[in-house]
Structure formats: structure tokens, C-alpha cells
Design a protein around this ligand. Structure first.
Ligand SMILES: [Zn+2]
Length: 100
């Protein structure tokens, strides 16, 4: 269930990233956005039964669900952009120092 939701969120993030060329796609920003979005989305998908998982898998393919998740991802992108963990914005040369 977690992987299913995560995969959907990552897919939506990738779509939104392409639509926002200015978006910083460094590892830190990407990880933060996905984490924020997943945290926001998870409460809706709590429930551990097989039936629940089947419903989730169908639910995640609905346009309406994807649209709702896209809102969460966009909100996460705004949050991360306003308080990025990478180095100063505008200073995009090179790769971020990951490893933390
Ligand atoms: Zn970044």
C-alpha cells in the first residue's frame, strides 16, 4: 500500500516538475516534496485489509484521486521551495551534497 501510494506520488511529482522548469529537482528537494506529500496523503489511506488495499489500488488510478494528490504535491513543492534544505536558491550549479 505504501509503495503504491508512493509510486503514484512520485509519478505526479515528475509530471509537475516537468511543468515547472524552474523547480529545483535536486535530491534534497525531491525527497522532501515526496515525504511531505506522503505524510499529507497517508491518513486518507490508512486501513490494512486486503479489501482496503484493493480499493486503494483502484482509487489511486482515478483522475479525481490523482488530482487530489497533485494538490498535495504542489503544496509540498511550495513548502520546500520556501524553505529548501539545499544551498542557496539560484545557486544551482553542481549536485547537492547528499549523504546526510
Ligand atoms: Zn534543491
Amino acid at each position: 500500500m505504501k509503495n503504491l501510494l508512493e509510486g503514484t506520488v512520485v509519478g505526479i511529482y515528475d509530471e509537475l516538475r516537468v511543468q515547472n522548469p524552474d523547480w529545483c529537482d535536486c535530491t534534497l528537494c525531491r525527497t522532501d516534496v515526496i515525504a511531505h506529500a506522503l505524510n499529507a496523503a497517508r491518513p486518507r489511506y490508512s486501513g490494512g485489509t486486503d479489501v482496503g488495499q484493493a480499493l486503494i489500488s483502484v482509487d489511486l488510478q482515478r483522475d479525481q484521486t490523482r488530482a487530489s494528490l497533485a494538490v498535495l504535491v504542489l503544496d509540498a513543492m511550495r513548502r520546500v521551495a520556501s524553505n529548501p534544505r539545499h544551498e542557496l536558491p539560484g545557486k544551482k550549479e553542481g549536485r547537492p551534497r547528499s549523504g546526510a
